[in-house]
Design a protein around this ligand. Structure first.
Ligand SMILES: [Zn+2]
Length: 383
């Protein structure tokens, strides 16, 4: 009877333990949104110092979340390992075990490009494992052996829930559509006006203001991109290619009209209203999600006399980056951008960014995600 009870407790704890290992792998390696970044840090304490700086002077939540998160999430590992395997009840053994486990995760993160591999993570994880082990020792002394299993499993569940909560709170565990939440902070930076992300998942801030310059043909664009745009068009003409900006800045109302027209088009083709809207939205951005409302994107076609559209698209595709413009919706990135191939839609991001993106073959979402994860290794990638 006593034995059966012990076996049941053991089975229960083992199940919990396995579940916990899966949880650990889920939030570290198989997090669903690969950053595509192979970051590596071999210098001990450098990331920790960064986090501490961040706690003192910057984004406190991100700093705390990463330092304590890294400790907290490994706490149960030390705790339960000691509980389940009596032979492991030595600080040195727990230390080696957690170190090996954490290193494996960091290496996997590198292999799957799901985060930066950082020696500081291993340090924090080991600390967490040891604290877990020491807590086990403490609790084991407090309670009689037969009772403590209950307390232990309860506290373990609490710890897991807490760390899960910390993640969920930060939007890390939610399988976000695209990369939405990751950009929340990038968008606040108003110095990077040319990097603002607007897509299906990121709407234009309500207080966004545009200072326009009118082009000769009546279209207008943000005056900050005007010189670069003009230079690009002149350059093309000098090479015998004749592009025309057919659409620049649009108001929300104009965007609305465009969408309505597209929906009607599909309706008259016999689509149901839902189908018509769904199809129209792959062509025309919903108001608030169109870069045209920013004034820093243009649709460019050929003049129809000296050049064909294909010639213009080809020239732009290979030269626009020199003037700070990028092909915003490449055919091979439709899953990421949410927009079908638009060979005419060019977006200003500045020469430096455009060149980087051109060389790496990245779309804007990918570039920003790389930028974000590099600048904020603090967030998310740290684990
Ligand atoms: Zn466009």
């Amino acid at each position: 009877m006593e034995k059966a009870k012990n076996n049941a407790t053991l089975a229960y704890l083992l199940t919990l333990f396995i579940g916990y290992i899966f949880f650990l792998l889920r939030i570290t390696v198989f997090r669903g949104s690969a950053s595509g970044v192979h970051g590596v840090n071999f210098i001990p304490m450098s990331t920790i110092a960064e986090y501490l700086q961040l706690i003192l002077h910057g984004n406190r939540i991100v700093g705390i979340y990463n330092i304590f998160g890294n400790i907290l999430v490994f706490l149960p590992l030390g705790y339960v390992t000691a509980l389940l395997f009596p032979k492991m009840r030595k600080s040195s053994r727990i230390l080696l075990f957690v170190m090996a486990f954490s290193t494996t995760i960091e290496v996997s993160q590198f292999v799957f490009a799901s985060g930066a591999s950082d020696i500081d993570d291993v340090i924090l994880n080991v600390l967490g494992g040891l604290i877990g082990y020491w807590s086990y020792g403490f609790i084991a002394k407090l309670f009689k052996p037969k009772k403590y299993a209950v307390y232990i499993s309860i506290s373990m569940i609490a710890v897991i829930c807490l760390s899960f909560g910390a993640f969920a709170h930060h939007g890390r565990l939610l399988p976000a559509p695209g990369i939405r939440s990751a950009f929340a902070e990038l968008r606040i930076d108003d110095t990077a006006w040319h990097l603002i992300l607007v897509n299906k998942w990121n709407v234009i801030p309500v207080d966004y203001e545009v200072d326009l310059t009118e082009l000769e043909n009546g279209q207008s664009v943000d005056k900050r991109i005007y010189p670069a745009l003009q230079e690009m068009l002149d350059s093309a003409r000098a090479e015998g290619i004749y592009p025309v900006v057919v659409s620049g800045y649009r108001t929300a109302k104009e965007q609305h009209t465009l969408l309505d027209n597209k929906v009607s088009e599909y309706r008259s083709d016999g689509c149901s209203i839902e189908e018509a809207i769904r199809k129209a939205e792959t062509w025309v951005a919903v108001p608030g999600t169109s870069e045209h409302q920013l004034g820093i994107a243009v649709d460019v076609n050929a003049d129809g006399v000296h050049s064909t559209d294909d010639e213009v698209y080809r020239w732009l595709n290979h030269n626009s980056y020199k003037f700070g413009f990028i092909l915003r919706y490449p055919p091979n990135k439709t899953k990421i951008t949410g927009i079908i191939n638009e060979p005419w839609h060019y977006r200003y991001v500045g020469v430096e960014t455009a060149s980087e993106m051109y060389n790496q073959g990245y779309c804007l979402e990918e570039h920003l995600s790389q930028l974000f994860f590099e600048a904020n290794r603090k967030i998310s990638v740290g684990w």
